[in-house]
Design a protein around this ligand. Structure first.
Ligand code: AMP
Ligand code: MG
Length: 433
């Protein structure tokens, strides 16, 4: 079991008030231990689950050499006799699911349909549109250069070879994988249990849907965004509602969340003034690794661990992310910091999110020394190049900027102002949000 000290020591070499995003990602990744429990599920329940072990192919797919075309199967040596044309007698036929039983000799061929087994003695298929048939269809003739020896034959095992890993542990199962597993005759697979993520919002100003909005209050939107983002990752969600800005209520919520979840996400209550309060509270029954990032939006972000017991080490632990309260900051910190940790803890092997180069159609103000994730609208011009325009307001409270945008404009830690036409990196929402 890791100690309290190890947790706080991992940030020792950085300014704890301005941890670079890449350092924060490296630290959080380090604490992401995959869930150990494995479940066996039927194929139809496996979509979006994480494979717990490699799938080794028990058979060759396809199981036999078969024809890729409707045509005639024969032995390719017939093509190399030097004669300008080849004449073969048709000795039978093979359909998909109905193989030709006999052996095919030189100067013979078999009528084959796509997917039919290539008969014994044959290694080549000439497509039907390249042959001339005799009037009684008992023989065919075609140019010797119409096909190469071995053409139009799909080899046994060319899709999946017996004994080889068809899919690797850590893979998040996709639609093609369900079909691939079925093609191997596999109807059940081992997956990791779903990660359990508890979340709640903090703030005396927050109202839940259905409640009236009194002056100064706002509807709690973060729990809905968080629910949706978690749902996309196929984790189990535990909604603990809205918690008032009271240390006792907050502590009780954090401890009961730690008792039932692997990860606890909160929003609000970590910005300047409130940060110390969260930190002090966490230090009584948890550990804090960092609480401030060189990132915009998302500067106030606490990361640590909470325990269900009264002190660190007592009861059950859960990783803790104290996300900012501002609705855009919640989404940005979730995608840039939390998402990868949740995938790793789910047992998945996450791929880095692709960054694309785009020309900025507007100048962008940016301060060096922090990573910014502005919201942008990206389009491809007629020659295929990406161009991006920042959405109007970049305020971290303006959630409509997320709905309007189709990408993050990722401005690196060292980057300064961007001139019109200058190249920037974008991260498309497609497939992510
Ligand atoms: P805080 O980090 O608690 O200071 O909150 C920063 C800003 O985000 C404030 O304007 C809050 O009203 C707002 N905010 C905090 N939590 C939520 C929430 N769950 N839904 C909508 N807005 C929120
Ligand atoms: Mg608050």
């Amino acid at each position: 079991m890791t100690t309290h000290n190890e947790f706080s020591r991992c940030v020792a070499q950085y300014d704890p008030h301005a941890l670079p995003v890449s350092a924060a990602q490296a630290i959080t990744r380090q604490w992401a231990t995959p869930v150990a429990t494995v479940e066996r599920v039927a194929l139809r329940d496996a979509l979006d689950r994480v494979l717990a072990s490699d799938i080794v192919s028990p058979i060759d797919v396809p199981s036999h050499d078969n024809s890729a075309m409707d045509g005639y199967a024969f032995n390719g040596t017939a093509l190399t006799s030097g004669a300008p044309s080849v004449e073969l007698s048709v000795v039978g036929k093979a359909l998909a699911g109905h193989p030709f039983a006999g052996r095919v000799e030189a100067a013979q061929c078999v009528r084959v349909m796509t997917g039919a087994c290539v008969p014994q003695g044959c290694d080549t298929v000439v497509p039907q549109e390249l042959v001339e048939r005799s009037a009684d269809s008992t023989s065919i003739r075609f140019a010797a250069d119409a096909v190469q020896p071995g053409a139009n034959r799909r080899l046994a095992g060319e899709d999946l070879a017996r004994g080889h890993a068809a899919l690797r542990a850590g893979r998040v199962v996709r639609a093609s994988d369900l079909g691939l597993l079925a093609s191997l005759g596999i109807g059940e697979i081992n997956v990791r249990r779903r990660l359990r993520v508890a979340f709640f919002s903090t703030g005396d100003e927050l109202r839940s849907l259905g409640e009236p909005l009194d002056p100064g209050s706002v509807y709690d939107s973060n729990r809905y965004t968080l629910f949706a983002m978690l749902r996309r990752l196929n984790v189990d969600t535990l909604d603990f509602g809205v918690i008032r800005d009271e240390p006792a209520a907050l502590e009780a919520a954090l401890r009961s969340a730690a008792a039932s979840a692997d990860v606890v996400l909160t929003s609000g209550g970590v910005s300047v003034g409130e940060a110390d309060f969260t930190r002090q509270l966490l230090q009584t029954f948890g550990d804090v690794a960092f609480w401030s990032l060189a990132m915009r939006p998302g500067r106030p972000l606490a990361f640590g661990r909470v325990w269900s017991g009264e002190r660190p080490g007592l009861g059950l632990p859960a990783l803790f992310f104290g996300l900012p309260g501002n609705p855009v900051a919640v989404m940005v910190t979730f995608y840039q910091i939390v998402r990868e940790v949740l995938l790793l803890m789910s047992g998945a092997t996450p791929q880095p999110l692709p960054l694309i180069h785009a020309a900025s159609l507007r100048p962008i103000r940016k301060r060096a020394g922090r990573t910014e994730f502005q919201r942008g609208i990206a389009v491809q011009n007629a020659s295929g190049q990406w161009q991006v325009t920042p959405t109007g307001s970049q305020s971290s409270g303006v959630l409509s900027s997320m709905s309007e945008a189709n990408c993050f404009i990722v401005l690196g830690h060292e980057e300064g102002d961007i001139a019109e036409g200058e190249r920037v990196s974008i991260m498309l929402f497609h497939g992510l949000i």
